[in-house]
Design a protein around this ligand. Structure first.
Ligand code: HEM
Length: 205
């Protein structure tokens, strides 16, 4: 199975609001050349992509549990949980459930999708979904209009360091485990870097 087939095989068409590769997705103003420069800056290489794919089964087996563990952190901190609340101040459970499915799919996409134009475009879309331009739009929700950038950035440690526990006990050598942790940290950093773009004033990103 090639890279494209692998990615397709993990992407059910039925996820509500999942617009990867669809006309609804934003088009990224970042060029592929700029993106390669960001990759180089983060120390990302094709070897990282291969490592994530080599251990893709770990992500397939655990994507839901990973997402639930990250979301438990959000749920336990009122200053994070409130971005999922409806105007009555209660969690919007329908919104949360829909986002959860796309978040689980993101874990698989981060492992299997090639970093091409379609991937780049969907990173712009995910960034926009965290800011007023598109937050709430996909699910017709009425929660606050932005996830403040400070939390998007700070949360990266939860998604990287907080995910190590899923990589151990899988029979990997110390060296391979380190490579996997590094590749996962780099991909998360890359995603968040691209998602930060819509937050930043023209010319400053
Ligand atoms: C490392 C940090 C983060 C990652 C990896 C992440 C990942 C994601 C993903 C994959 C989606 C769904 C994208 C799609 O629609 O296909 C999403 C949406 C969302 N995330 Fe984040 N996120 C992060 C930080 C945060 C934080 C800190 C909050 C709030 C405390 C947050 C709140 C939301 C909300 C409310 C949505 C839905 C936005 C909408 O479409 O209305 N995210 N996130």
């Amino acid at each position: 199975m090639n890279e494209h087939d692998l990615a397709q095989s993990t992407a059910p068409a039925s996820i509500s609001g999942y617009d990867y590769g669809r006309p609804n997705s934003a088009h990224s103003p970042v060029s592929l050349e700029e993106m390669r420069q960001i990759e180089a800056t983060a120390g990302w290489s094709e070897e990282d992509a291969r490592i994530l794919q080599r251990h893709g089964q770990i992500f397939k087996d655990n994507a839901e549990e990973m997402v639930d563990s990250w979301r438990a952190v959000i749920g336990s901190q009122p200053h994070l949980a409130k971005w999922f609340f409806d105007p009555d101040g209660k969690p919007d459970e329908d919104y949360k459930a829909k986002i959860r499915k796309r978040f689980v799919q993101w874990v698989l996409d981060a492992c299997f999708r090639p970093h091409d134009q379609t991937w780049l475009d969907y990173q712009e879309e995910i960034g926009l979904r965290h800011v007023p331009a598109k937050k709430n739009l996909t699910d017709g929700a009425h929660t606050p209009p932005v996830v403040p950038m400070r939390y998007l950035l700070a949360f990266a440690t939860i998604v990287t360091i907080g995910t190590r526990k899923f990589f151990v006990d899988r029979g990997l050598s110390c060296e391979e485990l380190q490579k996997l942790e590094d590749a996962w940290a780099r991909t998360v950093q890359l995603h968040i870097t691209l998602w930060s773009r819509p937050y930043v004033k023209e010319g400053l990103w």
